[in-house]
Design a protein around this ligand. Structure first.
Ligand code: DGL
Length: 272
């Protein structure tokens, strides 16, 4: 036994961060996790940065009180608004998320990529700087995914409503001859079944979650914060939600549960 076996914290405005958690548990199966869904304040997408900083500060305080050794900000919008503040305010490592414009720009053959994200993410320094640096010679068709987070949060990710809204957002990108679609919001991978049905075969969907999970492992390893205990029985996930946990539970059942015993998954309500 060595390293640090405290939990890894992960949060999002709601259930979107589960798409990152499902990758984290694959690359670090021996860790304990605490997942916080700020469902009471979801969506974050069009909230002012100051409000998001305030909410993420409260979540971080909660997670650090629970002993979290590393925090994954599994939300592009929260990263855009608050990652600098969080890194300056707390001593533990933070891993953030941004739309994967760099790999998409490097791999595009048509020189045209699509980016779907929230208004807050597009306004962030990270997105603007990365686009300037890596996508200067690429046609970027970007679109705010207004209403998509709400559909996922209400259990309608694969529904006629989702299909209709996605057609409105994606069809113009297909007309722009994109060959990569960057999912710049952690809720959007839940829309993949619909997206895969509507996108032409040559369009690659880019989800940064696997890369973020690997980056988290690297950061934890380099900081001596990985848990080397090989006792599978000791792994568990605590889920906290600032509102009801109904849809969260359904999405956990579909995406996380196959790797866990039901008694190792705990659901709690907490007021932020
Ligand atoms: N999952 C968040 C993100 O990655 C959703 C933002 C929202 O709540 O609008 O941006």
């Amino acid at each position: 036994m060595s390293g640090n076996c405290n939990p890894i914290g992960i949060f999002d405005s709601g259930a979107g961060g589960l798409t990152v958690l499902s990758e984290l548990v694959k690359v670090m199966p021996n860790e304990k996790y605490i997942y916080f869904a700020d469902s009471a304040n979801c969506p974050y997408g069009s909230k002012p940065a100051e409000e998001i900083i305030n909410l993420t500060d409260k979540i971080t305080r909660f997670l650090t009180t629970k002993g979290c050794k590393v925090i994954v900000v599994a939300c592009n919008t929260a990263t855009a608004a608050a990652i600098d503040y969080l890194r300056n305010s707390y001593s533990i490592p933070f891993i953030g998320m941004e739309p994967a414009v760099k790999p998409a720009s490097q791999n595009t053959k048509t020189k045209s990529i699509g980016v779907l994200a929230t208004a807050g993410t597009f306004k962030g320094r990270l997105y603007i700087e990365t686009s300037r640096k890596y996508a200067a010679d690429v046609n970027v068709c970007y679109q705010v995914g207004e209403g998509l987070v709400e559909l996922v949060e209400s259990g309608k990710a694969d529904s006629p409503e989702a299909e209709q809204l996605l057609h409105k957002y994606i069809d113009p990108m297909v007309d722009c001859n994109i060959d990569h679609l960057v999912l710049g919001c952690t809720h959007y991978p839940f829309l993949k079944p619909v997206l895969e049905r509507m996108l032409p075969n040559h369009v690659t969907i880019v989800d940064p979650a696997p890369a973020v999970a690997l980056q988290t492992k690297r950061v934890a390893e380099n900081s001596g914060l990985l848990c080397n205990q090989n006792l599978v029985d000791s792994t568990s996930i605590d889920f906290y939600s600032s509102s009801n946990t109904e849809v969260l539970k359904i999405l956990v059942e579909m995406n996380i549960r196959p790797q866990y015993r039901i008694e190792d998954l705990y659901f709690n309500n907490v007021k932020l």
